[in-house]
Structures are given as C-alpha cells and as structure tokens.
Design a protein around this ligand. Structure first.
Ligand SMILES: [Zn+2]
Length: 99
C-alpha cells in the first residue's frame, strides 16, 4: 500500500517525543518560551521558519497560530499583562495586496 495520509493539516511536531530537539525552536509550556533560544515564542527564528514553511498559505498559518494561541492562553491565563493576540499575530508582515 502506498496511500499517503492526507489529513489536510501539516503541523511540525517532530516524532511526538517529549523533549524538543535542539534547534527546533518549539514552545515550552507553561511559559511559552522557546525551547531552543529562550525567547518568547514564537521567537525570531521560529517566525522566519513559519513564514517559509507556510509561504503563501497564510490562512493555514493563522490556523496553526490560532491553535497555539488557544493553548498558550490556557497556560498563561490570569498571569500576564501581555496581549497574546499581539504576541502571536502582531509580528506578521502586512498581507501582500492581491492584484
Ligand atoms: Zn527560538
């Protein structure tokens, strides 16, 4: 059988093992800092990667970030002054104009 598993959503999660691989720049809960560089997630390296990973598929990237935002909101609820929406979406470059 050579049927590929097409679920429609590709989430970069490695093999699902507990520890994030070095250089993976995966979020670490409950603080949602980067597991590789310690910056607030998504860190600059991760942002770069997400943009090249999802490319023009901004809708899918938003779905992914939205899922992360929801999980982070659970973890960070009531303990921060940071606007998570701003943190997760504020860094995105302006959407290119469609001609
Ligand atoms: Zn990082």
């Amino acid at each position: 059988m050579t049927n590929a598993d097409h679920t429609g959503v590709t989430v970069p999660e490695g093999d699902g093992s507990a520890a994030a691989a070095p250089g993976e720049h995966a979020p670490v809960s409950p603080d949602w800092t980067c597991g590789s560089c310690g910056a607030d997630w998504p860190c600059e390296v991760k942002r770069d990667r997400l943009l090249s990973e999802y490319g023009a598929d901004r809708a899918m990237l938003s779905v992914y970030l939205g899922a992360c935002l929801a999980a982070a909101a659970e973890d960070l609820r009531g303990r921060g002054s940071i606007t998570l929406q701003e943190r997760f979406f504020g860094w995105l470059p302006p959407r290119p104009k469609k001609e």
